[in-house]
Unconditional design. Structure first.
Length: 299
């Protein structure tokens, strides 16, 4: 290979690196100009901080009971009061954030992997493969999501991983449809035809051109689906099909406090507020990422 060709290749690689860097800078600039997106980012960072440092933020243990102090109202010793077993509510909320984030991340990873893979196969190959996958999507989406998840969770049993599997089986269809629509537009691009013309394999086309260009859509979908996963997992826990007591879970805390709404409303309402702020945070981030990654959006 001549020295000129080597220099040209180095220049192309440098230009490509600079282009990617400038695109990331543009995305960040567009994202931080969205105040709601930044507010959501702050909400989520606070929840993550609480989840990581929960043992250092409270002197109490999440499973420690104290019947003599049951249903105590908010005070200096118990900022959000105690529950029916005398456990500190704030402590259980802090530790519950760990469970919520763990389940949420596992769900979006599981359903995201299946959905993105199915969307790529359906959109790229089309034909019979597309028909089979889309009919399966239509069948699953014909049932109410939470009802189908309840049925699957009821069959599989209780527990964190069964909740993840149940909601993942239901939730991948949204990813598949969105990614498929993106792939249908990508595969008509000139650079795809150019790739085939120089002899690149189908595998190379998918991994080098199709998937990387579908990543922004997948990122937006993940950020948007995270609140759905949190709400669905909390709903299953509330109904007794998800995380089981005494494990601290926001959904089960709402369920446990419903019998004491008049006597001790802080049990259910505090857990509800944690769910609300976390869901709002991820929703704001999802909206911000969608606008930042969409070149047609104007601010």
């Amino acid at each position: 290979m001549s020295e000129v060709n080597v220099e040209e290749i180095k220049m192309e690689l440098a230009n490509l690196k600079n282009k990617k860097s400038s695109q990331l800078s543009l995305v960040w600039k567009r994202f931080k100009s969205n105040r709601l997106a930044l507010l959501g980012f702050v909400f989520v960072m606070i929840i993550i901080f609480i989840a990581i440092f929960a043992p250092f933020l409270t002197p109490y243990k999440p499973y420690a009971t104290d019947p003599s102090n049951r249903l105590m109202g908010p005070s200096r010793t118990h900022l959000l009061g105690t529950d029916s077993l005398g456990r500190d509510v704030l402590t259980r909320l802090f530790y519950g954030s760990r469970i919520a984030l763990q389940i949420g991340v596992l769900i979006i990873l599981f359903e995201g992997f299946i959905g993105i893979m199915m969307g790529v196969l359906s959109g790229f190959f089309g034909g019979v493969i597309d028909s089979i996958i889309m009919r399966l999507v239509d069948i699953l989406r014909s049932f109410p999501v939470i009802i189908l998840a309840m049925a699957i969770a009821g069959i599989m049993g209780q527990g964190i991983y069964n909740v993840v599997i149940a909601l993942g089986i239901v939730g991948w269809t949204t990813y598949a449809r969105m990614v498929r629509s993106k792939i249908l537009s990508i595969k008509e691009a000139d650079y795809i035809e150019a790739g085939y013309s120089i002899g690149e394999s189908t595998y190379s086309i998918i991994t080098r051109y199709i998937v990387p260009n579908a990543i922004p859509t997948a990122i937006v979908m993940i950020s948007i689906m995270m609140p759905t996963a949190l709400i669905a997992s909390a709903t299953l826990s509330f109904l007794g099909l998800g995380v089981q007591p005494p494990t601290p879970s926001w959904g089960s805390m709402v369920a446990a406090g419903r019998n004491y709404l008049l006597q001790a409303p802080w049990i259910s309402t505090s857990a509800g507020f944690f769910i609300m702020f976390t869901v709002l945070g991820f929703n704001f981030i999802g909206d911000g990422l969608r606008d930042a990654l969409d070149p047609t959006t104007k601010h």
